[in-house]
Design a binder for this molecule. Structure first.
Ligand SMILES: C[S@@+](CC[C@H](N)C(=O)[O-])C[C@H]1O[C@@H](n2cnc3c(N)ncnc32)[C@H](O)[C@@H]1O
Length: 231
């Protein structure tokens, strides 16, 4: 009798763990709703994503330096938004390098294209992706950078497969995202971010990447930055 009860308890715990793992892998259903708004106004998003007080904005130079990009490399910024990082990535890879700025929002893609043209950043190419694909050719980039966009992926497994395919062998994937810690993170993070960095890491590793290191960025309190290598 006792044995039956403890077996049932173990089965229940395993089922709860499996359910949690499945739920953690699914993005919140409305996570991209603000971006899908047909009346989306670029100026509002530039203000929101490129304003002081946003950690990724305040630390943008340190974040890009931490990737140690080299002139001539190809980098894909997946979920590029308003293109905050494009000038910095373009400077790091130089005029002979390549920066693909990928987003699923046509207005963001058009905006990035126009800004790159204005600034003469010929190495920047904006790409309209889909919920499942970054739409780059196989083995076309050395580095993939995902800043505050991983938790927006509605189908993380498909996105990771597409990112892995686009990376050259040994290519690097950098993920910056909110560090969700139950009982510690602020309500916005607990509500908006579906999983912890350990859970994100497990998903990424399961998709054919090796977790290499967590990068220490001075002043980074709300987020984390982790480096992965394509296996
Ligand atoms: C919070 S913004 C981050 C923008 C930019 N990386 C930054 O840090 O300023 C998240 C972006 O991810 C984009 N996004 C969501 N799902 C995506 C997907 N599957 N592929 C590419 N972009 C995606 C959204 O459209 C949005 O522009």
């Amino acid at each position: 009798m006792l044995r039956t009860r403890s077996t049932a308890r173990i089965v229940l715990v395993l089922l709860l763990c499996a359910a949690h793992a499945v739920l953690a892998q699914q993005a919140k259903p409305d996570v991209n709703a603000p971006y899908r708004d047909p009346d989306l106004r670029i100026e509002e998003w530039v203000e929101r994503l490129e304003g002081e007080g946003r950690e990724a904005f305040d630390l943008r130079h340190a974040i890009v330096s931490a990737m140690r990009l080299r002139p001539g490399q190809s980098v894909a910024d997946v979920g590029a938004g308003t293109g905050l990082f494009e000038p910095l990535l373009a400077a790091a890879v130089g005029p002979n390098g390549k920066v693909y700025a990928i987003d699923i929002v046509p207005k963001f893609v058009e905006h990035i294209e126009a800004r790159a043209k204005e600034r003469g950043l010929t190495q920047v190419q904006a790409v309209l992706g889909t919920e499942d694909s970054i739409r780059l050719p196989a083995a076309s980039v050395d580095v993939v950078f995902v800043c505050d966009a991983y938790h927006h992926f509605e189908n993380p497994q498909a996105m990771l497969a597409s990112i892995r395919e686009a990376l050259r062998p040994g290519g690097q994937l950098y993920v910056v995202d909110f560090d969700r810690v139950e009982g510690k993170s602020e309500p916005f993070v607990l509500e908006h971010i579906r999983a912890s960095k350990e859970e994100f890491t497990a998903e990424i590793e399961a998709a054919g990447f090796r977790f290499v290191e967590e990068l220490e960025i001075e002043g980074m309190r709300q987020s984390f930055m982790r480096r992965f290598e394509r296996r």
